[in-house]
Write a protein that binds this ligand. Structure first.
Ligand SMILES: N/C(=N\CCC[C@H](N)C(=O)O)N[C@@H](CC(=O)O)C(=O)O
Length: 751
């Protein structure tokens, strides 16, 4: 890369043009067009030849269609009914079967994956990803994590006391109900238990051994047992969220309050282990088969009605949910064995089969069949193919209605943890940026008109505060959704003696959901999550707008580095802050996702309705968009500089010190309304003389009002004005320095 001067006097690096967009060629290995931020954003040209998102959303997954069109896979003969034959009969069971395990060897086909949002938002290649990750790690080496302000007893995957808290007796409902078997029923209010990945026995999910998805420098040191609140006594400032939680802890020693001390930062620092190791797996391989019309159990005469809905969204759903589905099946099998509904031998066989299926999926060798309606059907049928009769017992006392909603709750739990981590990353970037410009005064605006001077760190910390509330909303949502529907079965529960408390505990839910109809009916947890995402997206979009504005020639207050800027295909001088425009733009889809699910749910009668299948795409989409937005904001914040000279030279405009002058008069005993009027006349005098307030002589000022004295000049000029702010939370230097220090501590940024 060579360095050239831009017409705006900024150095700029010449960039390699992409061969995939206007340049033609479609070489995806080449650098993306004009876009050094290619690691984050897909070049428009890359969309060519791929299916658009809107198309793939509403039709058969493109991968499936591509595969069948290309003839790359063997067509399965149409099968009459999942329930009759999709469960293969092995070992002489009573099912009528086609033994899929004996089918011809499947041809391998390596069609490209469905274009995911991720690929649209950040079309990274593996190499780039690794290099970027290494760079990020290197950049953050300087950050030494400090213990959280608020601590809580440690938890570790191998420490069962946290799970114990999820048992009925520990949930501490306000009015504990007692079930027929003498257990305490689930709490009326959520218990805030920190979830840990379920690992029932040898066959439990493998998260304890899974490497942490977080770089070590982001993980807080383990906290000290019994140490609860370290900063309250010193009067240090905490986020509103933490203060609320601390008040709860202070007021009671109950388990739920104690666990509620886990703030968003704690989640980010010490995230609960994920159920999935999905990042390691290869993409789902989807077998193209003629889809069975599942709403008629597949054995109806072919008709046109509803056919367009017959292509199940197997690939997307499988990619996201398989690990949670397997985790649920493991826990369910263990529970069935413990309650005597299946034998220990059958349980072991089932668990062994699930292990094998997990491995196949991780290796990208599992064949997702479109004639098996969803992720549950695929896994269960494959299990029966693998291990035979015992697997046919797994669906005892469960339905896909409670399976899907359990999977989704687990998925949301993990997704929230990922978002919390990204929020923290962005907060850290903002605080580091603020630390670089501790004394820089910028114009503060209301109505986008110059209002009062503020310190830049004050402005940047205002974003940090908003992000903290975004995180708090997600933490609250996580706590509320963390109740277990499994065992609600289709809607009415079961006559079999299952143990829903064990299932809930093993899946690290706080408790089972109390009402089986409610358990399978509602998607309010999805709505709440999408609403929290939407509010976060509003915040991110506003930051995007502000930074785009500030990067304009008219403002010229900040300069994005070339690494986060794009050029123009026609105007050679252009340097566009695209990433933040895209952040602003992405917010639209996040709001749309919320609207989709709101509308989806509003007219549903109680219990499960197939409409609910449509909740997944907007849910997955919203999470991917928000994660991408946060990632982009973080990278942008790490790659901008504020133009101190330009900002300083702009400060005289707009009489930013006028309100401080009014405060001066108030201190002299003048009623504020009168002060307001006096300062108004003083400003008018400045306008007539074409000067600043600080440039008026004392005689001039006295001509406006005799109350002015020589000490007035201590209040005039933006530096003086800023120094006169003293109220809590104001832009006064002392206040801002203190807040900056608090945030550095809270986020674990070393000095
Ligand atoms: N078809 C059905 N549920 C499908 C749930 C899973 C679906 N893929 C989804 O994503 O919502 N419900 C049946 C019961 C069942 O299939 O377990 C019913 O209530 O009649």
């Amino acid at each position: 890369m060579s360095t050239v001067a831009t017409p705006r006097g900024r150095s700029s690096q010449r960039r390699t043009r992409c061969k995939c967009a206007g340049g033609g060629g479609g070489d995806r290995a080449a650098a993306c067009c004009f876009n050094p931020l290619r690691s984050l954003f897909r070049c428009p040209g890359r969309g060519r030849g791929r299916r658009s998102r809107s198309r793939s959303r509403h039709t058969t997954p493109s991968k499936v269609r591509d595969a069948s069109v290309a003839g790359g896979v063997e067509q399965q003969s149409e099968e009459p009914s999942f329930f009759v034959y999709a469960m293969p009969n092995q070992g002489g069971g009573d099912g009528v079967t086609a033994d899929h395990s004996k089918k011809k060897k499947k041809k391998k086909h390596s069609k490209p994956r469905l274009p995911s949002i991720r690929s649209c938002f950040r079309g990274k290649k593996n190499k780039e990803r690794k290099a970027n990750a290494a760079a990020v790690v290197a950049r953050r080496q300087a950050l030494t994590p400090a213990p959280s302000l608020v601590t809580h007893p440690p938890h570790s995957p191998s420490t069962p006391e946290k799970t114990q808290a999820a048992t009925p007796s520990a949930t501490q409902p306000p009015s504990p109900a007692v079930t027929e078997d003498g257990r305490t029923n689930s709490p009326a209010t959520p218990n805030r238990i920190i979830p840990v990945t379920p690992r029932p026995g040898k066959h439990s999910t493998s998260s304890a051994s899974a490497p942490s998805p977080f770089p070590p420098q982001w993980q807080q040191p383990k906290q000290v047992e019994g140490l609860e609140i370290v900063e309250v006594a010193t009067g240090e400032r905490l986020s509103a969220h933490d203060v609320g939680l601390i008040e709860m802890v202070g007021s009671s020693a109950d388990v739920s309050a104690e666990s509620s001390v886990k703030s968003s930062l704690d989640y980010a620092n010490d995230p609960p282990q994920q159920l999935t190791v999905s990042s390691k797996r290869k993409p789902a391989v989807v077998k193209a088969t003629e889809p069975t019309r599942v709403w008629l159990n597949g054995n109806a005469v072919k008709g046109k009605a509803g056919e367009r809905f017959t292509g199940p969204p197997v690939a997307g759903e499988a990619d996201e949910l398989w690990a949670h589905d397997i985790a649920c099946s493991r826990v369910h099998a263990v529970m069935l064995a413990e309650t005597g509904l299946i034998t220990a031998g059958d349980k072991d066989i089932i668990l062994e089969g699930l292990d094998q299926i997990e491995k196949l999926i991780q290796d990208g060798k599992f064949e997702w069949r479109t004639d098996r309606e969803d992720v549950h059907m695929n896994i269960e049928a494959a299990l029966i193919e693998k291990v035979g009769e015992p697997a046919k017992k797994l669906h005892t006392a469960r339905s896909r209605n409670d399976q899907i909603v359990t999977d989704l709750r687990l998925w949301c739990r993990d997704a929230i943890d990922k978002i919390l981590f990204r929020i923290k990353q962005f907060q850290v970037s903002l605080v580091l940026l603020a630390s670089k410009y501790v004394d820089l005064i910028v114009p503060g605006y209301t109505h986008l008109q110059r209002a009062q001077p503020v310190l830049l760190p004050h402005l940047l910390l205002s974003y940090v505060e908003q992000l903290e509330r975004d995180a708090g909303r997600l933490v609250n949502c996580r706590e509320r959704l963390n109740f277990c529907p499994l065992g609600a079965c289709a809607l009415a529960g079961t006559g079999l003696p299952i143990d829903r408390f064990k299932t809930a505990k093993d899946l690290k839910f706080t408790a089972p959901m109390k009402n089986s109809i409610d358990a399978v009916s509602d998607r309010d947890f999805v709505l709440e999550f999408l609403a929290a995402n939407s509010i976060a997206a509003v915040h991110l979009s506003r930051i995007g707008e502000e930074w785009v504005l500030w990067a304009s020639e008219e403002f010229g207050f900040l300069t994005p580095s070339d690494s986060v800027s794009t050029g123009s295909s026609i105007m050679p001088q252009k340097k566009n802050p695209d990433p933040m425009e895209l952040v602003r733009g992405k917010s639209a889809r996040v709001f749309g996702d919320l609207m989709t699910v709101l509308t989806l749910c509003k007219g549903l009668p109680q219990a499960y309705n197939r409409d609910l299948q449509e909740d997944k795409e907007p849910l997955f989409d919203s999470v991917k968009a928000v994660l991408g937005m946060l990632e982009v904001c973080t990278e942008f914040a790490q790659n901008i500089s504020f133009n101190s000279k330009r900002i300083q030279s702009s400060l005289p405009a707009g009489y930013l010190d006028a309100t401080t002058l009014a405060d001066y008069l108030v201190k002299k005993g003048v009623p504020f309304r009168t002060s307001h009027e006096i300062v108004g006349r003083s400003v008018a005098l400045c306008v007539s003389k074409n000067c600043q307030l600080a440039e008026l002589g004392l005689d001039d000022l006295k001509s406006v009002h005799p109350v002015f004295e020589g000490d007035v000049y201590e209040y005039l000029g933006v530096e003086n004005a800023v120094n006169k702010f003293i109220s809590y939370g104001s832009t006064g230097s002392e206040q801002v320095k203190k807040q900056l220090e608090d945030w550095r501590t809270q986020l674990g940024i070393s000095s």
